[in-house]
Design a protein around this ligand. Structure first.
Ligand SMILES: Cc1cc2nc3c(=O)[nH]c(=O)nc-3n(C[C@H](O)[C@H](O)[C@H](O)COP(=O)(O)OP(=O)(O)OC[C@H]3O[C@@H](n4cnc5c(N)ncnc54)[C@H](O)[C@@H]3O)c2cc1C
Length: 464
């Protein structure tokens, strides 16, 4: 008997990954009486949702943080475990810093007038109209599916408008939602994603939309509650290296053990699937899908201050920045009781590539310069400065989520998106039809995968 065999574990279903998708899958399976083991590479649960206390004692969300009212599954879980939310701060005047450095204060969703705004609004209304035609369960059945999937978002935008200011606005929207550039992403994927979240405004706005509220105890509080209810079934710090399928089941090998099970549910993002060795190799459709699903590139930077001083000046802390700054968007991320002031800056897409290559002090200087331009010179002297550069984060490789490159949906969507590969089932937010890319989508993907597995196990138990 080899050492590995000596430490082998037998179970009914093995779940790979303890983010929201993996935890929900396992919780649903355990609830149905299925024996389950969860293998997680990191030394914590939550995956792309990760709360931490800053050096001066403020809880900050380094990854996913917001919840919107139509994210019903996430709300239901939060309510079940008693995890409280509070409204995102948006009182006061917002700031737009334009490509030529002009600073504009405004209230509402966007400045009333300005370069490119009218044309930008016309194109986004067009996107919403096209998104309404998307079939979320069978995306390949959508009218003009292949035509739109052959285009990048940039191809479509440039065919639609010659207004360079509108194009800049559209580019920042793509960076803000997918952490990628318009040239990189399938235009069909843009439509699918808009449809999946309920439309452009739902994705972009705060009150009543995706950025509506935050969690009092961090967005991973629900994940920790789920993990607690799965007591003893989660193995942390145990990265899955390979998955072998036989006629009888799966053998999942980590650095420490082999878990043998009847089925596996893999919940890691497509870009992380590439790092697992499959024997036999995955079907061509799934391999192609994974190759066409790179991760977005994002960093979240928190600057903590003694107080939210911008509020006293009538500012919301919400800002949009065009031009050379690495920062695209800023929000007030202060704690609910405003005992400190916190600004969070998002750096994404090409801006992230350039900024991340700079030295620690250059990165800090650039972000604080952006925050000072938004909130005033006091922003240059934070109590804490905390960066989370997601492309450097272990096995996650980036964020917020994987997007699909042009042609990926047409060539590989039907077979590769979430169709099981033999005894291996797929979950993770990237497999969701509703709120794809969000925590809510991760939860629904876990519910779907658990139901799929329960059905498959029952079919084997009752042949014919
Ligand atoms: C900066 C940032 C901001 C975001 N903001 C929001 C937001 O405000 N609201 C929102 O709803 N969503 C947001 N998101 C997206 C949201 O966090 C994700 O959609 C969601 O957390 C994905 O959950 P998941 O379970 O599908 O995947 P993950 O959370 O990625 O879970 C996968 C797990 O698998 C593990 N893993 C990977 N490889 C292996 C392996 N080989 N073996 C074992 N384990 C492995 C990983 O460590 C991870 O824990 C944000 C994401 C980021 C990065």
């Amino acid at each position: 008997m080899t050492t590995r065999e000596a430490s082998a574990v037998d179970t009914e279903v093995v779940v790979v990954g303890a983010g929201y998708a993996g935890l929900t899958t396992a919780w649903r399976l355990a609830d149905a009486g299925v024996d389950v083991v969860v293998l997680e590479a990191a030394d914590r649960v939550g995956g792309r949702v990760f709360s931490q206390v800053s050096p001066s004692g403020v809880r900050i969300d380094l990854g996913g943080q917001w919840i919107g009212p139509s994210q019903r599954r996430f709300h239901a879980l939060a309510a079940r475990f008693g995890c409280r939310t509070f409204p995102t701060w948006e009182t006061g005047r917002h700031v737009e810093i334009r490509a030529d450095g002009t600073r504009v204060d405004y209230a509402g969703a966007a400045p009333d007038a300005g370069p490119g705004i009218e044309e930008y609004e016309r194109v986004t209304a067009l996107l919403d109209g096209l998104a309404r035609t998307v079939d979320l369960e069978r995306p390949w059945s959508t009218p003009r599916f292949a035509e739109f999937d052959a285009l990048s978002a940039e191809d479509f935008f440039r065919a639609e408008t010659h207004d360079e200011d509108a194009l800049l606005r559209l580019a920042l929207a793509v960076q803000g939602v997918w952490c990628a550039e318009p040239r990189e992403i399938s235009f069909f994927h843009v439509l699918f994603y808009l449809a999946s979240g309920g439309g452009y405004e739902q994705l972009m706005e705060t009150r009543g939309c995706a950025q509506d509220a935050r969690f009092s105890d961090g967005a991973d509080a629900v994940a920790h509650a789920l993990a607690k209810s799965l007591d003893g079934r989660i193995r942390l710090g145990d990265p899955v290296l390979s998955i072998r399928q036989t006629a009888h089941g799966v053998a999942v090998t980590t650095g420490h053990t082999v878990v043998r099970a009847r089925r596996a549910v893999v919940t890691v993002p497509p870009a992380a699937v590439e790092r697992i060795v499959f024997d036999p190799v995955l079907p061509a459709g799934r391999r192609g899908w994974v190759r066409h699903s790179p991760m977005g590139r994002v960093a979240k930077v928190h600057a903590v201050y003694e107080e939210p001083f911008w509020r006293a000046a009538g500012r919301s802390g919400i800002a949009t920045l065009y031009g050379d700054s690495p920062v695209g968007v800023v929000f007030d991320n202060s704690p609910e009781d405003a005992s400190r002031g916190v600004l969070v800056a998002f750096v994404y897409g090409d801006r992230l590539d350039r900024w991340a290559a700079a030295t620690d002090s250059e990165r800090r200087r650039e972000v604080l310069a952006a925050l000072s331009a938004v909130a005033g010179p006091r922003a240059d002297r934070p109590v804490d400065y905390v960066e989370k550069i997601w492309p450097r984060a272990g096995r996650t490789i980036g964020g917020y989520e994987c997007f699909v490159t042009p042609g990926g949906w047409t060539r590989y969507g039907r077979d590769g998106w979430r169709e099981p590969s033999g005894l291996v089932h797929w979950a993770g937010t990237e497999t969701a039809s509703v709120w794809n890319g969000y925590i809510d989508g991760a939860i629904s993907s876990g519910e779907r995968a658990a139901a799929e597995v329960i059905g498959a196990l029952a079919a084997v138990r009752q042949p014919g």
